[in-house]
Structures are given as C-alpha cells and as structure tokens.
Design a protein. Structure first.
Length: 308
C-alpha cells in the first residue's frame, strides 16, 4: 500500500532525489477535453502546485474513452514523477471490467489525491410529472416507456440494473454529454437523464429525483440516494490525480504534497464549491485506492447481473 509519510519522517530520511525533484516541468495528462470539469480543476490545481514544485505544470488534454486514452498513454510513461494523469474513479473501476481492449486494471497505477466529489444524480425537467424516484418506478411498473438520457456506458449499466430490480425496461437515449442531457430534459424531449453535477447550473429548471452516490447531494440534501431507496448500489466518483507505479517514494511524496495542497488552496476550494457546485474532497492515496476498489466491486456486480 502506498502510504504518505509525515513531514517529520521525510525530514529525517530525505534523499538527494527528493531534494532535486523536479528539475523540469511536470506534465499532467488530462483524460477529458479542454473546458470541462476535469480540465478546469487540473489547470487550477496545477497552477497552485507550480509554486510548491518550483517548476511549471503543463496540462496536456488526452480525451477519449472516459479517461481510458490518457490512462493507456500513462502506462508507458517513465515512473520518474514528471508525467502524471487526471481522470475520474470510473476510468479505473469500470473501464477495465467493461472491455478487453483496455490494457490496464485498477492496480496498474498509484493514486495521488483527489480534487472534488462528483454530484451524480438522476434529474428531470421542472415540468416533468416525476417529482420523486417513486413516481418513476410507478410509471415504469405501470407500463410507461421511460426515456433516459445518458452519455456513459457505465451509467447505462447502472440504470438498466435499477430498472430490472423493479421489473421494467428503460429506454436509454445516447447523448454527447451533460449539456445535451440538460437541454433535452428541460425541453421535455426525454423523461429524465444523468447528471454528474451539471444540473446545479440550472437551478429550479430541473428536479433531482435520486442521488447515485453513497451520500446525499450537497445541493439537494432532501433527496434520497438509490441505496436509501432500496437498491444495493452507491458509487462515489472523484476527480483524481494518478501516476505510473514505480515512482520513488520521496518523489511521490513531493507530488502528493504539491497537488493535495493545491486542491486545498482557498481559491481552488472557492471555485470548486462556489462555482462548480462540487464538495471539495481531498483524499489520500490509500483512501483513493479504497474508493477505486469499492467502485470496481459495484461494477463487477452490475456486469454480472447484466450477463455481460
């Protein structure tokens, strides 16, 4: 297990590698396109980490496959601390289980720290007849064909499992992302859809029907989770930094210190919580590994139930 040493211990056993690192810019491979939530956080935190590292932090967008393309690229990076990545929990928990073409698994990487916890939820437009998840279940059991907007195979798997528990099928409508989902639910083109937190931008124009994590949403604390509603699922997803295995402990520690401190910076926290609407959650390497393991167990169950 990768454990972060105390500052006191490091002061006693610091090596020349720790003292010298970094001697050149550190590159962060971001698994999503420019302008999105992951990219925004990477740039904000990277800017703060620069001060601690004394070298530039270069953001390189490597979108594709929900972070898979970036993770695959990082597999072949030299484990010297000069190239790390940023993606989300499902990049490591769902993707390797869902496709044989993914060449890594949850144990391929080390995990540095997180920046924020996604606010995953099922939402509907303000004019929707659905006000609660119980309304959706009643409609589905009653024979209504319920349409659901999604841009993720992982979400499709989860929603198919939930619908199957209640004995009906849900019509999954593929979309290009959260913005399109919000447009369609607010316009009444689909009954409901998935949000990783983007719904918070639209205030009362959308209704949150159920939370998909283990805890209730910060902005909708009155809305129960799937688990509270009787389903044995609950997946917590984080924006996280990860690294190739084999980075020297002292270098890893310096990266952890720089990026975790950057994530805790007051300006970053203000942006995360005040403008993005996500709770600022900065986890340790061991906590992140546990998060990925728990998420993997959930998707193993969902895939088995789907017969995939």
């Amino acid at each position: 297990m990768r454990r972060v040493a105390t500052a006191l211990t490091l002061g006693l056993v610091a090596t020349p590698a720790f003292a010298d690192f970094p001697e050149k810019p550190v590159t962060v491979l971001v698994g999503f396109g420019a302008g999105g939530g992951t990219d925004t956080l990477a740039r904000l935190i990277g800017k703060e980490a620069e001060a601690a590292l004394g070298q530039p932090v270069v953001i390189e967008n490597v979108p594709g496959g929900g972070g898979v393309v970036a993770a695959t690229k990082l597999m072949t990076a030299e484990p010297d601390g000069y190239t790390i990545g940023m993606a989300v929990t499902s990049t490591f928990s769902y993707a390797p289980l869902a496709s044989d073409s993914v060449k890594y698994d949850a144990d391929t990487f080390d995990y540095l720290t997180s920046a924020a916890k996604l606010q995953n939820a099922v939402v509907a437009g303000k004019d929707s007849p659905f006000n609660t998840w119980e309304d959706v279940v009643a409609a589905g059991k009653g024979g209504q064909k319920i349409s659901f907007g999604s841009s993720s195979p992982a979400v499709n798997l989860m929603m198919g499992y939930v619908a199957a528990q209640d004995g009906y099928e849900m019509k999954i409508v593929p979309t290009k992302g959260g913005a399109e989902i919000m447009k369609d639910v607010m316009g009444g083109h689909i009954d409901m859809g998935w949000s990783a937190g983007i719904h918070q931008r639209f205030g009362e124009d959308v209704k949150v029907l159920v939370a998909a994590g283990n805890d209730r949403l910060v902005g909708s604390s009155d809305v129960p989770t799937f688990k509270e509603s009787g389903y044995d699922i609950g997946d917590d997803t984080y924006f996280l930094f990860f690294a190739p295995k084999g980075i020297p402990e002292d270098v890893f520690q310096k990266l952890y210190d720089a990026f975790s401190s950057g994530a805790k910076n007051a300006d970053v926290v203000s942006m995360v919580e005040g403008k993005m609407g996500f709770p600022s959650t900065v986890l340790t390497p061991d906590e992140l590994r546990e998060n990925v393991a728990n998420s993997s167990a959930i998707y193993e169950k969902l895939i088995a139930a789907a017969g995939n």
